[in-house]
Design a protein around this ligand. Structure first.
Ligand code: SF4
Length: 361
């Protein structure tokens, strides 16, 4: 493609963007703090869902200082349901560093941004480009897809030559005087028109420049590496009732879901039923012998390449035991009334159980 081709492509796309841009909350005045939060929330999450969480987050933590002052529990609670909780913990730690080193402001400097926890090359470029309007090309899955289709790229976009071809394309597309606009227009176009499945080619303003459309290979672009196979995991847990309260425990700080709460339980081993696993796990994690008084429900959820099935049972302490556990897999515990469960942050499976309990299902 020549420079003139890029210029005409850009003009068409920016006109389209002006007419179709969604009024997302971080687009009101492009505050770097807001762009940063939206970028981190947007990793692995749909824009509509991000907008919902973002609005609530800004009410709780309107600036870096408010985020740095908050407790980790409040930050995790605000993040609850978005998954990948290390992102929330990193935001919290980064806010403390911003207060200590940069007077609570995000620096407009790539190296300084990348020194903050949770900010890699892409997020730093996104903050610089969208938050500070600096000329940094952005390559995400949207841009990979658009470039691969417009150029009818046969190389896999994650291969070295594919990455280089997409990066060159994104760099040439960028107008250095309007980097924020160019990058946002590309992302929006990838979200609304040149979508992964069923792209809206019939109403696409770039159709005359699209080589994949011309060669009828849109469905084959971008070329991706095969997905890793899914792994099924079966877990079991127990809701222990005692004197009108329910037992929950907080996962150890160094755990993947550290700081979040759950009902005690764990993996169902080979030749073990979910009920047997529940009794064994509770004994190992708390020292308690319990009996199962009923089945509560089974929930499923997916993360990365795992699909988790969690079986949950009602449990009662066997007589003669102290209600104080010997914690072996948790940092702390609480006996709470059912209505108090909503105050605590949980990973996906336990959260589904808590929601079902509170809904009375
Ligand atoms: Fe994407 Fe279809 Fe437009 Fe090509 S014609 S850029 S595949 S929406």
């Amino acid at each position: 493609m020549t420079t003139t081709d890029f210029s005409s492509l850009r003009t068409t796309l920016l006109e389209w963007f002006a007419a179709h841009k969604r009024p997302l909350p971080w687009r009101r005045d492009y505050q770097p703090y807001e762009v940063w939060i939206a970028e981190i929330m947007g990793q692995q999450t749909q824009v509509e869902r991000v907008a919902e969480y973002f609005t609530r987050w800004m009410e709780l933590f309107p600036d870096v200082a408010a985020l740095a002052r908050a407790s980790e529990q409040d930050v995790l609670k605000a993040w609850e349901g978005l998954g990948y909780y290390s992102r929330a913990r990193n935001l919290h730690h980064a806010a403390a560093q911003l207060m200590a080193r940069h007077a609570g402001a995000l620096p407009a400097d790539e190296k300084m941004l990348r020194d903050l926890p949770g900010i890699g090359p892409y997020t730093a470029a996104a903050i610089l480009s969208i938050g500070f309007n600096r000329p940094c090309p952005l390559v995400d899955a949207n841009v990979e897809r658009i470039a691969a289709r417009l150029r009818d790229l046969e190389e896999p976009v994650k291969s070295a030559p594919g990455k280089k071809a997409v990066a060159d394309w994104a760099s040439r597309f960028l107008d250095e005087t309007r980097p924020r606009l160019c990058n946002e227009a590309l992302m929006e176009f990838g979200e609304l028109v040149c979508t992964p499945k069923n792209p809206r080619c019939a109403e696409c303003p770039l159709v005359s420049s699209c080589l994949a459309h011309r060669s009828q290979s849109v469905a084959l672009r971008p070329v991706l590496k095969p997905r890793p196979t899914r792994i099924d995991v079966t877990l079991a847990c127990g809701i222990i009732r005692h004197e009108g309260r329910l037992y929950i425990q907080q996962r150890c700080a160094n755990d993947r879901w550290g700081g979040l709460w759950e009902f005690p339980g764990g993996g169902v081993e080979a030749n073990e039923t979910p009920e047997q696993a529940t009794l064994r796990e509770i004994l190992e994690e708390t020292g308690w012998r319990v009996r199962i008084s009923g089945f509560f429900r089974t929930v499923t959820h997916c993360y990365t390449r795992y699909r988790v099935t969690l079986h949950c049972f009602w449990c009662e302490l066997e007589p003669g035991q102290s209600p104080q556990p010997r914690l072996n897999a948790a940092d702390q515990y609480a006996w709470v009334k059912e209505a108090e469960l909503a105050r605590y942050p949980y990973p996906s499976g336990p959260r589904q159980l808590v929601e079902a309990l509170l809904d009375g299902k």
